[in-house]
Design a protein around this ligand. Structure first.
Ligand code: FES
Ligand code: FES
Length: 160
């Protein structure tokens, strides 16, 4: 483990782009993505791993970026909401089914949903609810979020 005030040079992939940066040993990944790379779609809520607003994909798996130190992402691939693309249909399903209200949870929820669908392309409702267990939404009551993910998964299956 590096010393707290040490800095180090790291390389990683963010949204398909190679990134090199000098980072502090205590830099949080969520702050690095927002403040250094300007990826403000990554939200910070609790910064304690409770709300899921900061969820991003790390090598395709959802993680709470507020709980990760930036150097832990070295040589790995990070995908934020900015890298998930507008054309994959999941965001459209959220909009069409009213799964977005204030929108603060939405980037993290979409990242969690994307991680689920990559691992389990046709999830049952219980799997969807389990995958969203770490993502708090204060607005929607979750029903429309679950419906949007299920509808998108079903639509994707029909196109295969
Ligand atoms: Fe990371 Fe709440 S800000 S879990
Ligand atoms: Fe407002 Fe989820 S839409 S917190």
């Amino acid at each position: 483990m590096p010393e707290p005030f040490q800095t180090m040079r790291i390389s990683l992939q963010v949204n398909g782009q190679a990134v090199e940066a000098e980072v502090s040993a205590v830099s949080r990944l969520s702050g690095f993505l927002r403040e250094v790379l300007g990826l403000t779609g990554v939200k910070e809520g609790c910064c304690e791993g409770e709300c899921g607003a900061c969820t991003v994909l790390l090598d395709g798996q959802p993680v709470n970026s507020c709980l990760m130190l930036t150097f832990q992402a070295a040589e790995r691939e990070v995908t934020t909401i900015e890298g998930l693309g507008e054309g994959n249909g999941l965001q459209d399903a959220f909009l069409q089914l009213g799964a977005v209200q204030c929108g603060y949870c939405t980037p993290g929820t979409l990242a969690a949903a994307e991680g689920l669908l990559r691992a389990s392309p046709n999830p049952v409702e219980a799997e969807i609810r389990h995958a969203l267990a770490g993502n708090i939404c204060r607005c929607t009551g979750f029903e429309t979020i679950v419906q949007a993910i299920a509808a998108h998964a079903a639509a994707r299956q029909e196109t295969y």
